[in-house]
Design a protein around this ligand. Structure first.
Ligand code: ATP
Ligand code: MG
Length: 416
């Protein structure tokens, strides 16, 4: 037997209903907030991710699925969506027709990580980006939308963490202060962080090694280094969240795993998932469009992990759909009638089933029970002669005679 690849999961019926619920709800909420869907390829040139996410990030350094194609070009299965959305926005000159674009996309991402609960090598993200507006109201609007979506999904016990990562004006000074802070503690940092110390000391802040995070907890706060524009921006974000009565926590040590963030960064966590506690994360990336060869305009976005949400919705049995009616027919003539009848019901949008093959009534009713149908419609020889059938409500056991000789309208009225 050939098995699937480690960390790549099949999402089977029984689970897929939660995925569909999450995706459908996200589409509805995002479109109510003015977002349009964009479908982007899952494969891009490696350079796109290396340049945007950053060479020293965990993602680019050790998690990417990169390979050479038949012509020797390095390609990568996308580890996140923002880079591709921006590439498409720039490549198709979307900013020329209207600089402000709200885009969302849904699809699989790929990262070579150690598979465990809530962490896979292929996983699904729903992401949203707003390009062209630097106003802090947009930061607030995006968080409001994300929390509204979570509420619609019934996920309410979450925490919102926010931070500001400054801009190209104020961050360099913070980076230098951070470097001298870590310089004095270099001997206790992990080997990766020793290297990050030279290449990109901010990345040390995101290290998951315990000794490193302990050092980080005493590090200087970026918030003391923000320039006045960044400070005002951050104040307005916090003010906006207060207006919407959204509780938040300021976490000056949250830098997130991607290099491109500027100013606002945010993360939504839950304490119901154990170690993999982040359900969504995002932030502003005001320099990224320019860095990718596009116009000098700001952007902000977030990504939400579908698997982790699906784990939180594990108990939602109400998401399953069952057939409305099962037609049990006895004898070949009744079977033919049943066959036509279920087709007619389905064309009217009613999920109807029957048993194919000449089975006893008892065996057909067993199947009806197994399918958890709402109604059974019994067509025996007696009923056939009179053009009638017996409709049985499977929950109450109530039975009544239905006249089918003049069509199926009466039946539809009774069951729909
Ligand atoms: P984590 O800290 O858990 O590794 P992250 O910061 O790498 O998360 P992002 O890159 O911000 O995550 O992606 C956004 C969301 O995508 C996460 O909050 C999480 O819900 C989900 N996610 C990230 N990596 C995985 C994975 N390997 N498997 C499943 N979901 C994931
Ligand atoms: Mg990660």
């Amino acid at each position: 037997m050939i098995t699937g690849i480690r960390g790549f999961k099949d999402i089977l019926p029984g689970d897929v209903e939660r995925w569909q619920f999450i995706e459908n709800t996200a589409r509805k909420v995002f479109e109510d907030f003015g977002f349009k869907e964009i479908k982007i390829p899952i494969l891009e040139k490696t350079e796109l991710f290396a340049r945007s996410i950053g060479e020293d990030t965990d993602i680019v350094e050790k998690e990417m699925y990169s390979f050479l194609d038949r012509k020797g070009e390095s390609l990568t299965l996308r580890p996140e969506a923002t880079a591709s959305v921006l590439r498409a926005y720039i490549e198709h000159n979307l900013y020329k027709e209207e600089p402000i674009k709200k885009l969302y996309s849904i699809g699989p991402m790929f990262r070579y990580e150690r598979p465990q609960k809530g962490r896979y090598r292929q996983f699904y993200q729903i992401n949203a980006e707003v390009l062209g507006i630097g106003d802090p109201k947009i930061d607030v609007e995006l968080m409001v939308m994300l929390l509204h979506l979570l509420k619609r999904l019934g996920v309410e016990k979450t925490d919102l963490n926010i931070n500001s990562l400054g801009c190209s004006q104020c961050r360099p000074q913070f980076r230098e202060t951070l470097r001298s802070f870590f310089e004095r503690r270099l001997n206790i940092l992990c080997p990766d962080c020793k290297r990050r110390f030279t290449t990109n000391p901010l990345r040390i802040m995101d290290c998951k090694v315990e000794t490193c995070s302990k050092v980080v907890s005493d590090a200087p706060s970026i918030l003391n280094f923000l320039c006045s524009e960044c400070l005002t921006h951050f104040d307005e974000v916090k003010e906006g969240l207060r207006i919407f009565e959204i509780p938040y926590m300021v976490n000056p040590y949250m830098v997130r795993g991607l290099d491109y963030y500027t100013r606002t960064a945010f993360e939504i966590t839950t304490n119901e998932l154990g170690a993999q506690n982040a359900i969504a994360g995002g932030g502003r990336y005001d320099n990224l469009l320019k860095e990718l060869g596009g116009p000098d305009i700001p952007g902000i976005g977030f990504a939400m992990g579908v698997e982790r949400l699906a784990l939180l919705l594990k108990e939602r049995k109400d998401l399953f759909r069952f057939p409305k009616v099962f037609v049990a027919a006895l004898g070949s003539e009744a079977q033919n009638n049943a066959f036509r009848l279920i087709a007619a019901l389905r064309l009217k949008g009613i999920w109807a089933e029957m048993d194919y093959g000449d089975k006893s009534l008892k065996s057909q009713m067993r199947r009806a029970n197994k399918l958890k149908v709402h109604f059974a419609l019994i067509m025996g020889e007696q009923e056939l002669k009179s053009g009638c059938a017996i409709l049985r409500d499977m929950e109450t056991g109530h039975q009544e005679k239905i006249d089918l000789s003049k069509g199926i309208d009466e039946l539809i009225e009774k069951i729909d």
